[in-house]
Design a protein around this ligand. Structure first.
Ligand code: ITT
Length: 201
């Protein structure tokens, strides 16, 4: 029987990416929407890892199965690594990303250094309350203009290292191989394979 894995996010784009990347694996991957749960967890941690664990642990009493939560963000060096863990709330939680992205480009108008990275921590919580956490990143830079409609959030202004187009333009097949979230999920899968071989963990 497939292991039931609940993806503890209210961000449907994240849930879709995670489902797509875990499609061929031996998990029954379900989002909060799939199991009819609607919770808003206060993210009061000071790191991505803390927040990922807070989100995953909050779901433990509400459902069965393993729980996976993602906390992620964009760090822009010229802005002292803002917005970082505050990425969802930066410039207003309800401000459309078209406006947020254009405000960021304005802030970087004079910047010589456009380097940036996406960071993603994934926490995996097991039924007995034990957990495992990974943090991964995807280096890149902020584009000169907003480009593309693929992905979500800051994707239209982020160019991953080794490419000349934003995640908003690049197809999801590429983002899902090289992104911060893709790397974190690759680590999850590797850990789950070790778990299956018991003697290693
Ligand atoms: P949950 O907490 O319910 O998972 P959220 O969107 O609030 O949903 P976070 O607190 O982790 O999630 O905030 C992450 C924010 O970082 C997200 O809202 C985007 O603004 C940005 N972000 C993270 N990953 C991204 C990606 O792959 N592409 C574009 N923007 C991303």
């Amino acid at each position: 029987m497939k292991q039931r894995l609940i993806v503890a996010t209210n961000n449907r784009h994240k849930a879709e990416e995670i489902k797509e990347m875990m499609m061929d694996l031996d998990f029954e991957v379900l989002s909060l929407a799939d199991i009819g749960i609607d919770v808003d967890v206060e993210e009061n941690g000071t790191t991505y890892a803390e927040n990922a664990l807070i989100k995953a642990m909050a779901l433990r009493d509400l459902t069965d199965g393993w729980i996976l939560a993602d906390d992620s963000g964009l760090e822009i060096d010229a802005l002292n690594r803002q917005p970082g863990i505050y990425s969802a709330r930066y410039l207003g939680e309800d401000t459309p990303y078209m406006i947020k992205n254009s405000m960021i480009l304005d802030k970087l108008m004079e910047a010589e250094d456009r380097s940036a990275r996406f960071v993603c921590s994934i926490a995996l919580v097991f039924e007995d309350g034990s957990y495992w956490i990974t943090v991964n990143k995807c280096e890149g830079s902020i584009s000169e203009s907003i480009a593309g409609i693929n992905g979500f959030g800051y994707d239209p202004i982020f160019i991953p290292e080794g490419y000349s187009q934003t995640f908003g333009v690049l197809p999801s097949e590429i983002k899902n191989k090289i992104s911060h979230r893709a790397k974190a999920l690759q680590a999850v899968v590797q850990y789950c394979k070790l778990l299956a071989e018991e003697s290693y963990v």
